[in-house]
Design a binder for this molecule. Sequence first.
Ligand SMILES: Cc1cc2nc3c(=O)[nH]c(=O)nc-3n(C[C@H](O)[C@H](O)[C@H](O)COP(=O)(O)O)c2cc1C
Length: 410
Amino acid sequence: MASNRLSFRNITALAPMVRVGTLPMRLLALDYGADVVYCEELIDIKMAQCQRVVNEVLQTVDFVAPDDRVMFRTCERERGRVVFQMGTADPDRALTVAQLVQKDVAAVDVNMGCPKEYSTKGGMGAALLSNPDRIEAILKKLVSGLDIPVTCKIRILPSVEETISLVQRIERTGVSAIAVHGRFKDERPRHPVHCDYIQAVAQTVSIPVIANGGSSDPVKTNADIEEFRKATGASSVMLARAAMWNASVFAKQGPHPVEKVMEEYLKYAIRYDNNAFNTKYCLCQMLRDKVESPLGKKVQAAQTNAEISEAYGLQEFYQQIQDQLQTRRDALQSSSLPDRPVMEGDVTTMAVKFERREYPPQITPKMFLLEWSRREKLEQPLYEIVRDAESKTLIRQSVNINHKFSPHPE
Ligand SMILES: Cc1cc2nc3c(=O)[nH]c(=O)nc-3n(C[C@H](O)[C@H](O)[C@H](O)COP(=O)(O)O)c2cc1C
């Protein structure tokens, strides 16, 4: 529905950031007042291999790689506000990936600005800037094949004229907005941002322009966001480093003390079972020059979210969340099983809960049963595992002990 489409006019956005822009950071930025949040750049080839899985325990939608790594996790809270940024150089693959995620995100963005090798290899990221035909092919394919808005993020070209000519071509593809990082391809973050280039772009195109590159100088606090918007004449502003250091830069009353911000971040990381190394990485970015402080050293030494929680005195919160998640897991497992044993001919159906504490270490119910059948001189038990086709949640695990019937199709 057109009215529900995400608008990029007059917004403040969390910029795409590899390793930083995972779910906890995006939710934190939304809490502090960001209107739109971009995920980290995800490479099309990797995403194309992922399966969409509804995670009923965490109440998230996960895109899971064949090696079980969660490449992209999202949830209801950010639906309508999250932009999926993709690294791609191939129109067909870009569309395949965009179609895989489009039900769960508000827009799709193509990265055309990242000069790092992981992005430019294979012609992606900033490498696309010297291949406008490819840019056009990718964006046209996405715009015509998707029901959600398509955007892109570029860096500026060596001259204003070249930059303008490129953005005009991009606008004609039908994209909904364009983010402009006001630095040349080979410039580093320490170089001043070229507000005049962004301004020239903003005056040329009629789609919203999202100004980027202002962290640190000029944007240090929330009030500076407006200044940056004015200096560039852009409709919107996108922040990367300023938000990574302290996400409360989005808050009108901000910034809040970074200690508080780290705590809020960690709570989301625990709640959404964020990868511990990713959690650590983000906290270290927030600690900045305090990364060698006693707290920083504890964070660096931690290997799990539980250990990181201890460093911040959040053990109780951690345990509460684990208990909640376990309760949900148990409810999901038993909801499809009868309350009491049901006997039908040779088959007895009953719900059996596995309480690890009731078994000696390393011993599982399967091993107990195997041992028992050997003693009773029965054939080895056969197992059948039924999982929900979409969420992969375990629905039923049945065991057939005397083999008078076989639940297996063979
Ligand atoms: C840690 C980090 C990761 C980044 N990853 C991405 C990325 O995945 N995609 C992208 O388009 N830009 C990426 N960038 C660039 C930022 O989105 C942004 O363009 C740049 O930092 C300038 O904005 P700023 O001055 O607000 O930091 C990254 C920047 C940082 C600091």
